[in-house]
Write a protein of this length. Structure first.
Length: 609
């Protein structure tokens, strides 16, 4: 009897099972029959394991609904991403996805695990208004999303989570953020970093939540962004002039920010009044407060003035021998008269050509809210002022993050799963155009209703801005990059079905393709579930009257009438995995047997779906 091909796993990775397997690999024998032996674990770690006497959980971040949030994280997704447009063959530099970001993040786990260099998100600030619309049905978030978007028959669309009751506002926000942050961390490279915009409503909870997800040791900084350029005189207490940007690294021991470019103001301080051939310089103090045993001696200026020693309470920075050497080399400035106290000449050519980032980001450097709205209006033609997206971020703000966390030449991936108006995508396009970079963005936006006819959904604004940005800021390094667009949808394959076999009811894994599915839809889902990046170009080969499609080492045969000739042609492509549609093997046992044997001989993994 021939060996059966493997099955394509149509669900997103089981995170709990993956972690448990890694844990058992590190500590064999600690988990038996699904039960953790804490005593055994303590022995292996050479540490005492205790539990609180009253059985309560120890100090940590807790909120109503946390266990539901954990369950929503661990529940695998059976969804897929449906391609929009026909540019799959060409591939694309960038990706836009319309859908609930929790489901989308689950679907990205295989293809983008440990691949993203920078994540920037601008999540809901949870200000208390009734617009908190992210699905929170933790038993089936895809069903909630489909109901919300009107893609399934239900008693109305899910357009609001309703009023805040029973003091659950913060809990609901934390339950929404927790699984998304955990999934996002999985996608970050070891030298990756995440920036999160927030205000005073949730900054304290966000810090505790990110400590739990990323580890407090990976906290980098909280930057203060000056978001307004004039105070709000109508404020009852204080004019709120800033937002926070919380920064965590995947591994703070590895990640280091790139230096920021020096400013003209910094360089302007360097002059060359004595025509020093080493170029512009500025004077630096030769004395310091720190004790130096060789730092107390008298010196004489070029014009004969005796200086008995450094100022009271200080010491010369250098020994007398080193000071004389610096003076001979012309690195000491005595003033135009030659009688001033000595100063060390610090040359522009010798200073660090970058500057260390600071935590105060002023609007003069990175823009403010009004800049952001003006940028958006230049990109997108709104029918009225009322339909303009309310809370965009200035691209200069996001380009500051790109400068700190990405490089031009490494193909860095930038992820934003609260895309909003598309400021992150716009910023990446601008930065690439300026420095010839090859950064790639992945942006995800929920199709949230706006209430306006010109752009009924927020995702419509995102799409429009991305298109306008590409047209307005062409990539200087080559042709205009393509953007692959997708929307979240149910799997193209039917699930398990109950089959009556005489007196016995059995579960049979159905491989029937859903009637609505196109072959490109099927290929997209198979590639995604096999870990092929969404922007990978497709290669098509025609054989025996059907198409064979390949990308990133995975090949799928687009046919429901499989023959030996067609399967052999697919195996000849030479990829690591070949996927056949199970429906095409119905009643073709000899084709399946030959396929299994030939794939094994060639060292190719054969799968069916």
């Amino acid at each position: 009897m021939s060996q059966e091909p493997e099955r394509v796993d149509l669900e997103s990775p089981d995170l709990a099972a993956k972690k448990l397997a890694a844990f058992q690999d590190l500590f064999p024998g600690v988990v038996a029959d699904g039960v953790l032996d804490a005593t055994r674990l303590g022995e292996l770690l050479d540490t005492e394991v205790t539990a609180p006497a009253d059985g309560r959980e120890r100090f940590g971040l807790m909120w109503a609904g946390k266990q539901d949030a954990v369950r929503s994280l661990l529940a695998p997704s059976r969804a897929t991403l449906v391609p929009e447009g026909d540019n799959q063959d060409q591939g694309g530099s960038h990706v836009f996805v319309e859908g609930d970001n929790l489901e989308v993040l689950k679907l990205l786990q295989k293809a983008y695990n440990d691949q993203v260099k920078l994540i920037y998100i601008d999540p809901p600030y949870n200000t208390g208004s009734n617009n908190f619309i992210y699905p929170d049905d933790y038993s089936d978030s895809l069903s909630a999303y489909l109901e919300f978007t009107g893609q399934v028959d239900a008693a109305g669309n899910r357009t609001s989570a309703g009023a805040d009751v029973l003091g659950r506002r913060h809990s609901r926000w934390l339950s929404m953020m927790y699984p998304r942050l955990v999934l996002a961390r999985n996608l970050l490279k070891q030298d990756g970093v995440i920036f999160v915009s927030i205000d005073d409503n949730e900054v304290a909870n966000l810090r505790e939540l990110m400590d739990e997800v990323f580890g407090p040791e990976n906290f980098v900084a909280t930057a203060i962004w000056q978001k307004v350029y004039s105070p709000k005189n109508s404020a009852r207490h204080f004019s709120e002039d800033h937002d926070y940007i919380v920064v965590y690294a995947r591994n703070a021991e590895i990640w280091t920010p790139n230096p920021l470019p020096r400013t003209q103001k910094q360089d302007k301080a360097y002059k060359n009044p004595d025509d020093d051939p080493r170029g512009p310089w500025k004077p630096g103090d030769l004395s310091a407060r720190n004790y130096y045993s060789k730092g107390t001696y008298s010196i004489r200026s070029p014009n004969g003035r005796l200086i008995g020693g450094p100022p009271v309470g200080t010491y010369w920075r250098y020994s007398e021998e080193r000071f004389k050497q610096l003076d001979v080399e012309g690195r000491v400035w005595w003033g135009k008269s030659g009688n001033n106290a000595p100063a060390l000449k610090r040359y522009l050519s010798e200073v660090n050509q970058g500057r260390v980032p600071q935590t105060l980001w002023t609007y003069g450097e990175v823009g403010h809210n009004q800049d952001a709205k003006k940028e958006l209006i230049r990109r997108v033609q709104f029918a009225s002022s009322g339909s303009v997206f309310d809370t965009p971020k200035p691209t200069r703000l996001i380009r500051r993050m790109l400068t700190l966390a990405t490089s031009a030449d490494d193909g860095d991936i930038v992820l934003d799963f609260f895309a909003g108006s598309g400021s992150t995508a716009d910023a990446v396009i601008q930065q690439n155009a300026e420095d010839g970079g090859n950064r790639h963005f992945i942006t995800v936006q929920l199709p949230e209703p706006t209430g306006f006819e010109d752009f009924p959904l927020v995702s419509d604004i995102t799409r429009a801005r991305i298109s306008a940005s590409l047209a307005a800021v062409p990539d200087q390094s080559g042709p205009t990059p393509e953007v692959r667009s997708y929307r979240l949808g149910p799997s193209n394959f039917a699930g398990d079905q109950a089959v009556n076999a005489g007196q016995q009811i059995q579960l049979q894994s159905s491989t029937l393709v859903e009637p609505h599915a196109s072959f490109d839809d099927i290929v997209t889902e198979v590639f995604l579930k096999e870990g092929v990046p969404l922007d990978a170009p497709w290669q098509r080969v025609e054989a025996a009257g059907a198409w064979i499609v390949s990308a990133e080492g995975v090949t799928i045969v687009q046919s429901l009438e499989l023959t030996d000739e067609l399967v052999d042609a697919a195996l000849a492509v030479g990829t690591r995995v070949v996927v056949l549609l199970e429906d095409g093997l119905s009643g073709a046992d000899s084709v399946k047997a030959n396929a299994v044997a030939n794939a094994k001989q060639l060292g190719i993994t054969l799968k069916t779906v």
